[in-house]
Structure formats: C-alpha cells, structure tokens
Write a new protein. Structure first.
Length: 142
C-alpha cells in the first residue's frame, strides 16, 4: 500500500551499497524538507517519546491525510521525510491500514536505528495513526 514517493525511497535504498550512504540519503531527505514555522512548534504538535524534539502538524483536506514535521536532529528530520512519503496523500482510512512497521522494515530501518531512535519513530507513527483516527471519527460525526 506504499505511495509512489515511498517506493522511490525504497528503490534508492536498494541501490545504495551501505548504511553510511543510506543514513546520508535519509539526512538529505530531511534537509530537503521545508522547516516548520516556530509558531507551529507548540506542545500540542510535539511528539512525546522522542529523544529529540519532534513536531508533527496534520493537514487534512477532503479526507486526504498530509502532515508536515520538523526536528532538531538531522537524522530524525530525515525519518520524518521518510514517513511523510509513506503517508502523505493517502485517505484517512488508508493511513490506518498501512502496516508501517512492515513498510519501514523493507528499508531495514528496524535493524539499523538505535533503540532510542526506534522508540521515537514508533511514537511518530502512533501520533500519525491517532491523528488520522481522530479526523476520521470527526468525519463520521458530521
């Protein structure tokens, strides 16, 4: 169920020979993201459970899920770029159907991130699911 953008990342990961190159690529993805405005870096958008500072801001229009994010750590900014490629553009119900752990395992991230980074990534994924679920429930209340 991966998006075209995520498939491009997966293809690039297969092409890169070692994890040092893959980490550099993830960091480059993060550098390419537009920074989040300081006004959006508030407690309501902060992701708890991350060693770094992480903020995720949902942008849901017409039942289509998108989010923007930022972090004070370059590798985490890159991870945000990877998961935005996984989820952005999906419908709310599709977001809830994505097996993010399996998709990210295709990249080998589950085996190559520190325990702290893995916990932070899991916290970001939980936040995304919670945002999509809340928005979907809000649609059903209308």
């Amino acid at each position: 169920m991966a998006t075209e953008a995520f498939e491009e990342i997966a293809d690039t990961f297969e092409f890169l020979d070692d994890w040092e190159e893959r980490y550099r690529y993830v960091i480059e993805l993060g550098k390419a993201m537009a920074p989040l405005e300081d006004a959006l870096k508030v407690p309501a958008t902060k992701v708890l459970g991350c060693a770094s500072q992480v903020w995720l801001v949902p942008e849901i229009r017409g039942g289509v899920f998108r989010f923007r994010g930022d972090s004070d750590a370059m590798i985490v900014r890159g991870l945000i770029a990877v998961i935005s490629a996984l989820f952005n553009g999906l419908t709310l119900s599709e977001v809830l159907e994505v097996d993010a752990a399996a998709e990210l395992a295709r990249l080998g991230l589950d085996q190559h991130l520190s325990a702290q980074r893995s916990n932070g990534l899991r916290s970001m994924l939980e936040r995304i699911r919670a945002l999509a679920k809340k928005a979907l429930e809000g649609q059903n209340d209308d």
